[in-house]
Write a protein that binds this ligand. Structure first.
Ligand code: PAF
Length: 273
């Protein structure tokens, strides 16, 4: 595995391969969820690039940028064992220059849900993803469905900006308990971890109501909120895959989303129906 920190060196190495390239952008602190993206990229491509870059531009001033978990040595080992070809670890001052243009998230889809609670977050995500996609020039890039709004906005950006990379959505990986894997789970105390289960439990409740034939969004949200009573809920929403609120579940076109603070940690989770 080739570990590259320098952008020019990365570009030179990238130019050397004319294989089918799969790209997995990450912020490190890799877990089974990331590994599932890397495995899918390995299966579907002949050359795999992983980037690790904790992107300062997507953190709000009051957020956890400086204490975001960093596990570089372990991440390198995980990538090596997974058969990654290039691990790209750029420095922030090389990715960003002073006074440069940036991508602004779309007015509506970028400012509901996560965008409403974290204004500016998606400008930072889209800007860095555009840079990374331009550098990786991959055939396929892999993103988790757990960050549903991020995935939807990136898919839209790639279409709108005519970028030649397919965006491949990947299923959320969960602990046996149902808790969705996230690098931020390391912040949870034992007690928080139990409370955090209410997010996935509320989503499973929604799925079971839908399976039983109740497709009414209001009913489902009401039942979900009962399960979420011990956490500080930011939102429970039922939208179509363009993030418009919907009154009735549309099979194969719905996302049920929840965001809540558990202790001091903010978690998100969702189900794609
Ligand atoms: O999902 C993430 O880890 C980040 O938001 C991403 C896509 C790597 C951009 O920094």
């Amino acid at each position: 595995m080739n570990i590259i920190r320098n952008i020019e060196e990365f570009r030179k190495e990238r130019e050397k391969t004319n294989k089918k390239v799969g790209f997995v952008p990450t912020m490190g602190a890799l877990h089974e969820g990331h590994l599932s993206l890397i495995k899918k990229a390995k299966e579907e491509n002949d050359f795999v690039i992983v980037s690790i870059f904790v992107n300062p531009a997507q953190f709000l001033k009051n957020e956890d940028f400086s204490k975001y978990p960093k596990k570089e040595a372990a991440d390198i080992e995980i990538c090596r064992l997974a058969g990654v070809d290039i691990l790209f670890l750029p420095d922030a001052d090389k990715i960003y220059q002073k006074d440069e243009p940036k991508v602004v998230a779309p007015n509506i889809r970028g400012f509901v849900l996560e965008g409403f609670h974290r204004p500016g977050h998606f400008d930072g995500v889209l800007t860095v993803v555009l840079k990374l996609l331009n550098l990786a020039k991959a055939n396929n890039a892999y993103f988790g469905k757990k960050d549903a709004q991020q995935l939807i906005l990136i898919t839209q950006m790639v279409k709108n900006f005519f970028i030649d990379t397919n965006i491949i959505p990947c299923d959320t990986v969960r602990e046996k308990s149902g808790l969705a894997l996230s690098s931020r789970n390391v912040y949870l105390s034992q007690d928080d971890k139990i409370k955090a289960l209410s997010l996935s439990k509320s989503l499973y409740k929604a799925v079971s109501m839908i399976q039983a034939g109740d497709l009414n969004s209001k009913n489902i949200i009401k039942e979900m909120e009962k399960i979420l009573c011990e956490v500080e809920v930011d939102y429970v929403a039922i939208t179509d895959r363009e993030l418009n609120d919907i009154e009735k579940i549309e099979l194969k076109n719905t996302v049920i989303l929840v965001a809540a603070k558990v202790g001091t940690t903010r978690l998100i989770d969702n189900m794609w129906i």
